[in-house]
Write a protein that binds this ligand. Structure first.
Ligand code: GDP
Ligand code: IMO
Ligand code: MG
Length: 422
């Protein structure tokens, strides 16, 4: 029996949704433990594309249970839309999805504040998804947040919401933004609360009981290591712990029940939003965008693309305790003659083999590259390791070795079948 934490080893969008879908075959329960609908996890089943934002990707397999854990921040109106969209596509949600009573709510003032703060920051903006994630986690830390348990208790919700709207309207006015109508927000959220009530549960108890029956639990990380509030490129980060520890605090499953950590990374690097990205490169960005790839699953923004950064992934392996690696999007490099891999950073005379905590120093860093010959042939037909071109195998072995964990999965296309298990 193995409980598995899956994390992004880069800046998010590593292909976690696809790998979760592959690994879910051997799991009983899939749990989201942090983030909110800033996440966008893409899964293809046949030709059908699904993009999951709050609901764990395991929902696409009808025999699996899915949990949105206490560490997630939930926009209830948005969650209802997502659930209804899945039901319309024939996915079984009732009886398979459970939402933690203690997960915090994202309210319209969080979204509005997120947008206003970004405007105020001007050129120093974070480039958030404007889903209200930062302000919602801010309320949680300030102990002034509303939770799912409040939402499903109408009187309690009404009283707390009235107070929060009146307080936040003062702040919105100071930003020069339009105040919110209590009545409108209340009605929309109460309707969502009624719809979500059957899903709301004490998920700690569900997970504890499941672990007594030896159920296998898969923890679906959102975002990526360098968007972690503590270990990422602060302040260009999200507001939760995206690293492996977040799976414990965001679910209530203790560290000694975790058996393995899988790190997902692309064969190159992408980032959406602002902040340093030393290996950012126009050649690879243009190539991937030209193929219609690397546009955000949540906001549709073009992702910034660059060469594989082994300094960053090596640090991700350390901070998450990554045991096994899944490398995705190998096929994205199929037409590149010479592939670069960053093995160190240089800032003037200083040389780093880790990600410097000084964000200004990191922004100045120039990558030190090693070069690999490209394989110049499509890889998306390979289903076995030996079916990959020798140069691709050399490249994969090198990036796994530089990262410092065992290569276990290679993905050569978005579909389930386009996967090589080592
Ligand atoms: P996530 O947020 O980590 O789940 O990743 P996203 O879904 O936001 O972005 C990953 C993108 O890469 C999606 O469009 C996936 O369908 C796609 N994808 C994942 N693995 C592969 C792969 O091996 N090859 C190709 N071509 N696309 C992939
Ligand atoms: P998945 O789970 C990529 C980025 C935003 C921004 C920063 C802060 O699909 O990998 P936020 O809205 O969270 O306050 O934005 O974090 N970001 C992501 N980038 N993938 C994600 O999720 C992301 N979620 C947030 O672009 O730079
Ligand atoms: Mg994504």
């Amino acid at each position: 029996m193995a409980n598995t934490i899956l994390v992004g080893a880069q800046w998010g969008d590593e292909g976690k949704g696809k790998i979760i879908d592959v690994l879910t075959e051997d799991s009983d329960i899939v749990v989201r433990t942090q983030g909110g609908n800033n996440a966008g996890h893409t899964v293809y089943i046949g030709k059908q594309k699904y993009v999951l934002h709050l609901v764990p990707s395991g929902i696409l397999r009808s025999t699996k249970k899915c949990i949105i854990g206490n560490g997630v921040v939930i926009d209830p109106v948005n969650l209802v839309e997502e659930i209804d969209g899945l039901i319309k596509l024939g996915i079984k949600v009732d009886g398979n999805l459970f939402v933690s009573e203690t997960a915090h709510l994202v309210l319209p003032y969080h979204r509005e504040l997120d947008a206003q703060r970004e405007i105020l920051k001007g050129k120093n903006k974070i480039g958030t998804t404007k889903r209200g994630i930062g302000p919602a986690y801010g309320d949680k830390a300030a102990r002034t947040g509303l939770r799912m348990i409040d939402l499903i208790h109408p009187e309690r919700f009404a009283e707390k919401l009235r107070q929060k709207i009146s307080e936040n309207n003062e702040v919105l006015k100071a930003f020069g933004a339009k105040p919110l109508s209590y009545k409108k927000v209340h009605n929309a959220y109460r309707a969502a609360g009624d719809r979500l009530k059957p899903f709301v549960a004490n998920t700690l108890v569900i997970l504890h009981e499941a672990s007594l029956t030896q159920a296998e639990i898969l923890f679906e990380g959102a975002q990526g290591t360098f968007l972690d509030i503590d270990h990422g490129t602060y302040p260009f980060v999200t507001s939760s712990n995206t690293t492996a520890g977040g799976a414990c605090t965001g679910s209530g499953v203790p560290p000694n029940r975790m058996d393995r950590v899988v790190g997902v990374m692309k064969a190159y690097t992408t980032r959406v939003g602002e902040g340093p990205l030393p290996t950012e490169n126009a050649e690879i960005s243009d190539l991937l965008h030209g193929l219609g790839r690397e546009f955000g699953a949540t906001t549709g923004r073009a992702r910034r693309c660059g060469w594989f950064d082994a300094v960053a992934t090596g640090q991700a392996a350390i901070v998450n305790g990554i045991d096994e690696l899944a490398v995705t999007n190998l096929d994205g490099l199929d037409t590149i003659e010479t592939i670069k891999v960053c093995v160190g950073y240089r800032d003037g005379k200083a040389r780093y083999d880790y990600v410097p905590n000084d964000i200004e120093a990191f922004a100045r860093c120039e990558p030190v590259y090693e070069e690999f010959p490209g394989w110049m042939t499509p890889t998306n037909h390979a289903r076995k390791w030996r079916e990959l071109p020798a140069k691709a195998r050399t490249y994969l072995r090198a990036i796994a070795e530089l990262t410092g964990a065992e290569l276990k999965i290679v993905s050569v296309g978005p579909a389930r079948a386009e996967t090589i298990m080592l």
